[in-house]
Design a protein around this ligand. Structure first.
Ligand code: SAM
Length: 230
């Protein structure tokens, strides 16, 4: 009973011994991956007791006590820096928060686990963090689920990842190349919203010119990506 969004996240997880799902809530994702034997063991991390209890209930319900542990703590602090984890999943939060969790968890990233990330917003912020921290995006997906667009990606540590262009950082290197129907739908919608905001900015006497120029630049960038027939 995984949502379309979480199924798309699951599809990006490589087959490995050990996974940590940070901000796991019901632990649906690691439970699904354990049951399908994509992974052998899992840690479900949660910062709030309520969601942690959800995870614990799910573990008990499915009889996964031997292979999944629910741990209370902030971000990657639930992992011992010396504990080897193959994949870290962080899904269903904003890109800013995911970036903060990764930054505060540098000690836990020393062994360079594969990252599977699903930011709800601010995907560009996350891509810039990955680029600055030697993580190369190796897969991306975009799905529409219950009227929302969701982006998910897999990133792997490499000493010298190829530098992404501004367009690739803003729109996603694989997504912009593929330009799927969903991708065009998402950015058509963003374009309409941005045009509306621009008109409001222009109508207001109090808005600084820099803010208007930034919105105009954003609109141009979206138009270029939508018009480029590749
Ligand atoms: N990952 C699941 C998913 O994608 O369906 C649950 C997403 S839920 C919207 C976000 C969860 O992240 C909440 O349960 C929240 O308690 C947890 N969370 C937020 N900040 C966190 C942090 N710094 N460390 C661990 N968990 C966090």
């Amino acid at each position: 009973h995984l949502s379309k969004r979480l199924q798309a996240v699951a599809a990006l997880v490589p087959s490995v011994p050990k996974l940590a799902d940070i901000g796991s809530d019901h632990a649906y994702l690691p439970a699904y991956l354990l049951q399908r034997q994509v992974i052998e063991t899992a840690i479900a991390g949660e910062v709030r007791p309520g969601p942690l209890a959800n995870a614990q209930r799910e573990i008990t319900k499915l009889g996964l006590e031997e292979v999944m542990q629910a741990r209370l703590g902030n971000g990657l602090a639930v992992l011992d820096p010396d504990e080897h984890v193959d994949v870290i999943v962080i899904a269903g939060m904003g890109g800013e928060l995911i970036t903060e969790i990764l930054t505060r968890g540098q000690a836990q990233l020393r062994q360079h686990p594969v990252l599977v990330l699903q930011p709800n917003v601010d995907e560009n912020v996350l891509r810039r963090w990955l680029q600055a921290n030697h993580y190369q995006i190796t897969a991306e997906q975009l799905v529409e689920d219950a009227g929302h667009f969701y982006e998910m990606l897999r990133a792997e540590f490499v000493p010298n990842p190829p530098a992404l262009t501004k367009t690739e950082l803003d729109f996603g290197p694989y997504l912009v190349r593929e330009r799927s129907a969903i991708f065009r739908h998402k950015w058509q919608e963003r374009l309409h919203k941005s045009e509306l905001i621009l008109r409001q900015l222009q109508a207001s006497k109090k808005q600084p010119a820099t803010k208007i120029a930034a919105m105009q630049a954003r609109i141009t960038a979206i138009q270029e990506v939508l018009n480029d027939k590749g």
